[in-house]
Design a binder for this molecule. Structure first.
Ligand code: GLU
Length: 443
């Protein structure tokens, strides 16, 4: 039997970390089992649902690399894929329950009658046996259960009802969603039973907490998927990071791509222990992905950040800029950070704002002014030759390489930490190095 999973967002906000996490686990299980991943828009809250939110949710999913097989934009055999376009179906099914005496009318609303003594516990793929009294069912009197509104007096279905009708008619086999929906599940199961429908399997995903062990919220910083993009995280790393919230790939495997994750993923290995959103972990994962990127892909990622910093990216050849980023050798945890750490390859201007040669000790100046012309005269402008020339010279003079190399580093980069300074000099080229040294009066 083909497996069918769905992600069912309400278009009342951007795609948040929690929603992205749910979508991703559905996607993983669909891809792992060779099944279908369905996108269904739950837009029955007409006041708060907007087309814009629907669009941002979809583009957020695309950014994460979560493609769907059926949905409002791509269609499919089980449409329509927006709840607002399925109202006749909800009415028809509710009328059926009313005709059977399982539901009753209350004004324009249709309400499902919950009988005393009904079974409310269920088996969850992640949480095992859930012996819970569904909160929303508890009535005012002890032992009394509240009935379930199916269709409200404005003609709109309630969430708990529409979700059952849709999951049934869309032939969803696994409902994978956040644990905040656990208490809704017994209600939904009562409705499956009333209709005589086979319910899907339920797998509730652990809650995501901030480092302070409180439910993840705005207070913890960025929450929407796009905020992570703007901070310089790559979709591959956010994907990788989210996949590790509540699941592990085993064998200490922490860095993987989508295909690897899909092939390793097991729904039964999702833990119910709340997952902690650790920004340091995200940084680490992002840095690893940044390090492993193809040079030209990395360049395409960094360019917009350089441009945003006002750097003249178009003045350089792509090969040069890509080589500069490769030379950075894993420095920078985000694209934004890498762009900032490597600005001196694109322009000398930021260097001038960071370093002032007035800081050079007086007694060193004469030596530097003797040393740099010798370096600039090196006929073979390679890192190796430059280093050999520098070493020979400092040894002859009996001075410390450290002082000379650090001044060169500051002059070329404006920073105390950088890749090997002779490699930086080699890449910048003789003319550029000369100009920078001239500017500081060191030649
Ligand atoms: N529209 C619901 C939500 O956004 C879907 C819940 C479910 O997956 O059943 O939370």
């Amino acid at each position: 039997m083909e497996t069918r999973m769905r992600f069912a967002p309400s278009p009342t906000g951007a795609l948040h970390i929690g929603g992205g996490h749910t979508a991703l686990f559905n996607w993983l299980w669909a891809r792992h089992t060779g099944g279908k991943f369905v996108l269904r828009i739950e837009d029955t809250d007409r006041e708060r649902s907007t087309q814009e939110y629907e669009d941002t949710i979809m583009s957020g999913m695309k950014w994460l690399g979560l493609d769907w097989d059926e949905g409002p934009d791509v269609g499919g055999d089980y449409g329509p894929y927006r709840q607002s376009q399925r109202l006749p179906l909800y009415r028809q099914c509710a009328e059926k329950l009313a005709a059977e005496g399982q539901a009753y009318r209350e004004g324009d609303a249709i309400v499902f009658k919950v009988l005393p003594g009904v079974e409310l516990s269920f088996d969850d793929v992640v949480y095992s046996r859930v012996e819970t009294m569904s909160d929303g069912l508890k009535g005012r009197e002890p032992g009394e259960l509240k009935d379930i509104v199916l269709i409200k007096s404005d003609g709109m279905p309630t969430y708990n009802y529409a979700v059952v009708v849709d999951d049934h008619f869309m032939e969803i086999t696994h409902v994978i969603r956040g644990e905040d929906h656990i208490s809704n599940t017994p209600k939904q199961l009562l409705l499956y039973k009333a209709f005589g429908w086979q319910p899907p399997l339920f797998a509730h995903l652990p809650m995501i907490l901030g480092k302070d062990k409180k439910k993840l919220s705005k207070r913890h910083g960025a929450t929407s998927v796009y905020e992570f993009r703007d901070m310089g995280y790559m979709p591959d790393s956010v994907f990788n990071f989210l996949a590790l919230l509540g699941w592990s790939a085993g064998q200490d495997k922490e860095i993987f791509d989508r295909q690897e994750a899909a092939s390793l993923f097991e729904l039964s290995r999702v833990t119910r222990k709340a997952a902690v959103f650790d920004p340091d972990k995200l940084n680490f994962i992002n840095q690893e992905h940044l390090r492993r990127m193809e040079p030209m892909t990395r360049l395409a990622l960094i360019k917009p950040f350089w441009r945003e910093m006002g750097l003249p990216v178009e003045e350089h050849k792509d090969e040069y800029l890509a080589a500069a980023l490769t030379l950075m050798g894993g420095r920078g945890q985000t694209a934004r950070e890498l762009a900032a750490f490597s600005d001196y390859y694109v322009s000398f201007e930021p260097v001038k704002t960071r370093w002032n040669a007035g800081e050079v000790a007086e007694e060193l100046l004469a030596g530097l002014r003797e040393f740099f012309p010798v370096l600039l005269a090196e006929p073979h402008w390679t890192a190796e030759k430059l280093e050999t020339r520098a070493r020979t010279w400092v040894e002859e003079k009996g001075v410390k390489m450290k002082d000379y190399a650090m001044t060169l580093r500051l002059t070329l980069t404006g920073m105390k930490v950088s890749p090997g300074v002779f490699e930086v000099a080699a890449l910048l080229g003789r003319e550029e190095v000369r100009q920078r040294l001239d500017f500081y009066g060191l030649t």
